[in-house]
Design a protein around this ligand. Structure first.
Ligand SMILES: [Zn+2]
Length: 243
């Protein structure tokens, strides 16, 4: 294995290490928080300073949202030129994967949030965790002849009213944007109940199958009352623009 290490100074990011490792063809660059992997001659390699700055910004944004979470060790970032999804996280392995090529580069903090949330409580049902990652996000939606930015919480209203149930939100899997956005709507509902501080305590108390007691404890109401209030919350969300 050829191991090449070059020290260089990149202002204002300080010193980082470049390491060309024979690891599945991946090269890597290491910062205080990240080990960023990219392929030789890739778009990422050609724009490495920007890559480092962008992903350092993203993980710092996640840190600001969850300052109580301390990660042990560095997060491994993988930048793919060919990736079907735009990005995904493997939280237990502390890995985030992104599409990063000339046409599209995903650099949002969303995948990093999965790493922080898994560290905070790995027992949270995955659909609810996805909702937390989406609660502050927006998406560009076509409306008439133009385009508008719409909060994903609002897009959650596109889920059929028959889905506005807690057993649709506290599931340990998700496969569609609609499911994630509906979960984001419940997260917004829960955050406005007591504010973000108590919300994170609630988050820490959730368990994959035994999520009902944590909800009753947090809201101080039985599960049916909480669900009825959530349905009212959904009804008050303005219908999102576009189809
Ligand atoms: Zn996600």
């Amino acid at each position: 294995m050829i191991r090449l290490r070059v020290r260089l100074v990149l202002l204002p990011l300080g010193i980082f290490l470049l390491c060309g490792c024979g690891n599945g063809g991946w090269q890597s660059v290491e910062t205080d928080r990240l080990i960023i992997h990219y392929k030789k001659d890739s778009f990422a390699e050609k724009n490495l300073a920007e890559v480092v700055a962008d992903y350092e910004d993203s993980i710092r944004a996640a840190e600001r949202l969850l300052p109580q979470v301390r990660l042990e060790g560095k997060v491994k970032v993988y930048l793919h030129e060919h990736l079907e999804k735009l990005g995904y996280a493997r939280a237990a392995a502390r890995e985030v994967h992104f599409r990063y090529d000339r046409e599209f580069r995903l650099t949002s903090m969303h995948e990093f949030l999965h790493i922080f949330l898994h560290r905070l409580n790995p027992q949270v049902p995955l659909r609810f965790e996805e909702g937390v990652c989406r609660v502050h996000e927006v998406r560009t939606v076509r409306a008439g002849s133009g385009a508008v930015q719409v909060p994903l919480v609002q897009l959650g209203k596109r889920a059929a009213p028959s889905m506005w149930r807690l057993d649709q939100i506290f599931l340990d899997h998700y496969s569609s944007d609609e499911e994630g956005n509906l979960a984001a709507a419940f997260v917004a509902f829960a955050m406005q109940e007591h504010g973000e501080g108590p919300f994170w305590n609630f988050y820490g108390s959730l368990r994959k199958r035994e999520w009902r007691p944590a909800i009753e404890n947090y809201f101080g109401q039985d599960i049916h009352t909480v669900e009825a209030r959530f349905v009212n919350f959904m009804k008050r969300i303005p219908d999102p623009p576009g189809a």
